[in-house]
Design a protein around this ligand. Sequence first.
Ligand code: ASP
Length: 222
Amino acid sequence: MKKILIIYTGGTIGMQHDKKGSLVPFDFGKVNEQVPELNNLGCKLKHHAFAKLIDSSNVTPAFWVELAQVIEKNYSKFDGFVILHGTDTMSYSASALSFMLENLAKPVIFTGSQLPLGAIRTDAKRNLISAVEIAAGKVLVPEVCIYFSHRLFRGNRSEKFNSAMFEAFQSPNCAPLANVGVNVDYNHDIIAKPSKKKLIVHTKLETALGCSDFSQVLLMLG
Ligand code: ASP
């Protein structure tokens, strides 16, 4: 039976309404009560919640380092990792992790949701269930990916393009690694092969970088 570590970092997916109606992060240790389907996926699940749960607009390089180190520490004990993360900067985190985790041989799947887990029409349950199912599945996807609304994307080829629809992510320059309908339909030709080398986790990040709007640069150059 495969072992999957679910890492909870914050974002909409883990929110629920308290008695006063305010949105607060829920006790992640009780996720199997909220989503009992997780018990029927034929894999062993463990959880790790960040001490400080954040809205993903507050993600920093230090957060990426912490996330990479949680994976490094648990790499030999688990067959795959599912990271619950806010949607706003999920593509940035997935891109960063894809470069920080060199020689990956196991799936690292980010997911989140547009509506909180406790909301009636939530997309959180199905995103979480399918992300875990893929992480624990027979087809190995040893990449940093984003699973969202029926599609599995290569993390560093994804972008959030819609904040109102359940279909919030796209990957304009790379076909989805999998499409989830009645079956999980994998795009075997483009899924990376597992590395046979030892995992290297890069944690020295250059933070003295800026990004200009290129059109403004052209204007300035006249
Ligand atoms: N602002 C939230 C975040 O990115 C939105 C979400 O989770 O979808 O953390």
